[in-house]
Design a protein around this ligand. Structure first.
Ligand code: ADP
Ligand code: MG
Length: 272
């Protein structure tokens, strides 16, 4: 077991990228499990109506399950919907259900519609015994009110970048969104972490993409790179993260190394 020094504060990340299929959910759940495995208490908030993060963490999320939908729309406390993943007592999940698909529209007419998640999270953390070291929010790919709720609740943005040709395309759009949120809704929000993922070191292309991203974002990119690995893609169909599914696989080792880096590179204090 690696020994890490936690800050005692709650660091709230949103995992964002305005493209689908780039590894957002995979990164959210595996990073969360990796952080829990090095001693942190971690909550994953599943804001994607698809519920892939809830599936990977092995928590119930059928139509009757109390979910993030109830928190955002019906003012239900986060405490009432949070479940513990069977993987670890320190790995928690606020599940998504199919109802969340309607929340995007229903939120439009709500009071403080951009800040609902932030309010619920603050309330949760203040309850005795509910300290969290990390909150990781998994977002849908679009920039709707669900993603905006994630951006206002978070301090840090984590961007997974797939090591392929058009990786940098679309990134300027995301950075523009972050700036807009910073200016109008959440001055603390900043891109703290970029994670290169689905890396295949055998291809020249992956190496080029990695070099290019590092040259643009030298401070944000983690040293650790997540390899493309069958074990990583198999794990969710067993309702597990790769940390539980095959802890000795290259993917699990990489996520644990990335987690240790994240704990060590606390950027919030100096930036705020
Ligand atoms: P997003 O949430 O951005 O839509 P996902 O996390 O669902 O993306 O990932 C998209 C696909 O890529 C999934 O099938 C997932 O299993 C696969 N994938 C993600 N990371 C890896 C990896 N490191 N190695 C292999 N497959 C991966
Ligand atoms: Mg996803």
């Amino acid at each position: 077991v690696v020994d890490v020094k936690l800050s005692g504060r709650t660091r709230v990340f949103t995992v964002s990228n305005q493209k689908g299929g780039v590894g957002k959910t995979t990164t959210a759940v595996n990073m969360a499990a990796a952080l829990a495995s090095v001693g942190a208490r971690v909550l994953v908030i599943d804001l994607d109506p698809q519920g892939n993060a809830s599936t990977a963490l092995g928590v119930a999320h059928n139509a009757e399950t109390p979910s993030v939908y109830d928190v955002l729309i019906n003012d239900v406390p986060l405490l009432d919907i949070v479940q513990t993943s069977p993987e670890s007592p320190d790995l928690l999940c606020a599940p998504s259900t199919i109802h969340l698909a309607g929340a995007e529209i229903e939120l439009v007419s709500q009071v403080a519609r951009e800040h609902r998640l932030r309010g619920a999270l603050r309330e949760y953390i203040e309850i005795e015994g509910n300290h969290l070291d990390f909150v990781i929010i998994d977002c849908p790919p679009s920039l709707g009110l669900l993603t905006i709720n994630a951006f206002t609740a978070a301090d840090e943005v984590m961007i997974p970048i797939q090591c392929e040709y058009y990786a940098l395309e679309g990134l300027s759009q995301l950075l523009g969104s972050v700036q807009m949120i910073q200016k109008h809704l959440n001055p603390k929000l900043h891109v703290s972490t970029i994670l290169l993922t689905m890396y295949d070191g055998r291809t020249r292309l992956a190496q080029q993409v990695a070099e290019e991203v590092r040259s643009h974002f030298s401070h944000e990119v983690l040293d650790t790179v997540i390899p493309r690995s069958v074990r990583v893609s198999e794990a969710p169909s067993f309702g597990q993260t790769v940390i539980a599914y095959d802890g000795q696989s290259a993917g699990a080792i990489a996520y644990r190394e990335a987690a240790v880096e994240i704990v060590a590179r606390d950027t919030t204090e100096k930036d705020s």
